[in-house]
Design a protein around this ligand. Structure first.
Ligand code: NAD
Length: 378
């Protein structure tokens, strides 16, 4: 099978979908790997390194799209490129399907088997393919280093002849994969860390990282069978805001990571909370791409409200692009390997497999994802 790996077109995307070690793994499986020339440049990976791994270099994007059996990329495909793909082509990327109805229809009409990597189920066996986790983990790390860069204070406590420097206080809202890594990173830098999540199961994880769990009594909350948070009622959200206000006012840095599966992110920090924070404090809104947790946050912008900087920079994993590319590439390689038939040397779209059922959106000219159909019906 020909696997074509496309260079990203997004102007601010520094990550690359495939690194040479994964290219070598795919070649070893029996695939013919073609990478677009310059694919790895953002991460200092030269074409020759892919060639050494056994891949060939494609110089015509159109030819690559027209001939590939499998296409790999990072971000969703542009519509005009879908129209070039071969009928039956398997496409692997982030797809953001719930916000891309028209693109999903285009993929369906083009008979492309579109696999949406963010829909891979959160099961033990699929962990090694889970791009959401690998990228969120690095996003959590990058959120703390970004905040540290903007804060004009040092993180750790220091006892010096000139006096004792107090450690900074960091408050993390939303303790999924990104939040846990943000806690761990801030702790490593020496901050005093507090955290909150609506899923009560998280309290133990927060404590095990040496942080304090902020308790707010919201009544019944919970999580779905996949471990995602359930949306709060408007009354619960109001209670949460009340409970969060004091922890925000105490903090030098607030990092919000709260997300709801297939829904806009909850609005947690409002203008009043911001104005109660000390001037010079920083808020990082990690949910800015899905609507934002913070009132006034703007995509790829730093907004200042009464001396508090609200940072809504998207694609935080892209700030550590080389590591993020290695992780994404490894996840992809594991996905392909899992579904690879060694005898026929082909990737098999096994619709009976639980992982494939979760991630496959379109196949054989149909929309096949039950989750997509259920959510879009609502
Ligand atoms: P996510 O990105 O969907 O959300 C981030 C966090 O925001 C979650 O912890 C969520 O509970 C929280 N949140 C939602 N609304 C909130 C609110 N109003 N206030 C505060 N917090 C709020 O989460 P994620 O990182 O993708 O993780 C989702 C779940 O999947 C977790 O239970 C995680 O442990 C689980 N998971 C399992 C596996 C696996 O088993 N393979 C892998 C990764 C994650």
């Amino acid at each position: 099978m020909i696997i074509a790996v496309m260079k990203e077109r997004h102007p601010r995307e520094k990550r690359v979908p495939l690194v040479p070690s994964t290219a070598a793994k795919l070649v070893k499986l029996g695939a013919e790997v073609v990478v677009e020339t310059g694919l790895g440049m953002n991460c200092r990976l030269r074409d020759e390194e892919y060639q050494k791994a056994g891949a060939s270099i494609g110089s015509s994007r159109t030819d690559m799209l027209k001939t590939a059996d499998i296409i790999i990329r990072l971000r969703k495909p542009p519509k005009d490129e879908v129209l070039l793909m071969k009928k039956g082509c398997i496409h692997l990327s982030y797809l953001d399907p719930f916000n891309e109805v028209e693109l999903v229809e285009t993929l369906q009409d083009a008979w492309v088997s579109a696999i949406s990597l963010e829909m891979i189920p959160r099961t033990t066996i699929a962990q090694k393919m889970d791009v959401l986790s690998s990228q969120a983990n690095l996003g959590g790390y990058a959120a703390v280093t970004l905040a540290a860069d903007h804060l004009d204070r040092v993180f750790p406590m220091m006892t010096t002849p000139a006096g004792t420097i107090k450690p900074v206080r960091v408050f993390i809202i939303g303790v999924g994969v990104a939040g846990l890594q943000a806690i761990a990173t801030a702790k490593r830098l020496g901050a005093i860390v507090e955290a909150f999540d609506t899923r009560p199961v998280v309290e133990e994880q927060v404590k095990s990282l040496g942080a304090k769990f902020v308790k707010v009594d919201l009544g019944e909350t919970g999580q779905t069978k996949d471990g995602y948070a359930k949306a709060l009622t408007p009354e619960q959200l109001a209670l949460q805001q009340e409970g969060m206000a004091q922890a925000c006012a105490r903090a030098d840095i607030v990092i919000t990571t709260a997300q709801l599966f297939a829904r806009p992110a909850p609005r947690i920090i409002d203008h009043t909370i911001i104005t109660q924070m000390r001037p010079g404090s920083i808020i990082i809104d990690m949910a800015v791409e899905t609507g934002g947790n913070v009132e006034g946050s703007e995509l790829d912008t730093i907004v200042e409200i009464e001396g508090v900087k609200i940072i809504g920079i998207a694609n935080l994993p892209g700030r550590v692009a080389t590591t993020a590319s290695e992780m994404y590439s490894a996840n992809l390689g594991n996905f392909v390997e899992h579904f690879w038939n060694k005898e026929s040397e082909m990737l098999v779209v096994d619709e009976k497999d639980e992982i494939m059922q979760g991630a496959l959106i379109t196949h054989h000219g149909e929309i096949v994802s039950q989750m997509y159909k259920n959510i879009m019906k609502k």
